[in-house]
Write a protein that binds this ligand. Structure first.
Ligand SMILES: [Fe+2]
Length: 130
């Protein structure tokens, strides 16, 4: 499970709420990983990936609009990090997912959770106190 911590708050209310929603999606994936009763998780994995990708795109757009609205100077490098994350999520090979579902879930979750927390602490918090 990935747990929200106070230090993740940027102080920008709607962006913090969106970050929390991303944590929820990651935790849905954790729940799926832990579900030992379900043999074939393929459809659920695809559904969670879709949700993650679409919500992340929506969130990044909101965040980028915010950064532009305050004239944030490091906008371009920040936006580039967002694009890199989306590219990675979009590059998923669904055949490989099907071949080793739990392993794929584990590796993806690891990547997503590390990325999100490091990005919030290392990048997002900079626009909070520019
Ligand atoms: Fe960001």
């Amino acid at each position: 499970m990935i747990k929200w911590r106070d230090e993740y708050n940027t102080g920008v209310e709607n962006l913090d709420a969106q970050h929390r929603r991303l944590f929820e999606i990651a935790n849905e994936a954790y729940g799926l990983l832990r579900d030992e009763l379900r043999v074939d998780k393929y459809d659920d994995i695809v559904a969670i990936l879709d949700e993650l990708r679409e919500y992340t795109k929506y969130h990044f757009q909101t965040e980028e609009d915010y950064m532009l609205s305050i004239g944030y100077k490091k906008f371009l490098s920040h936006k580039a990090e967002h694009a890199e994350f989306i590219a990675k999520i979009e590059a998923v090979d669904l055949d490989k997912v099907d071949a080793s579902q739990d392993e794929y879930l584990r590796v993806t979750l690891d990547f997503v959770c590390t990325w999100i927390t490091e990005h919030i602490l290392g990048r997002d918090k900079l626009y909070a106190t520019p």
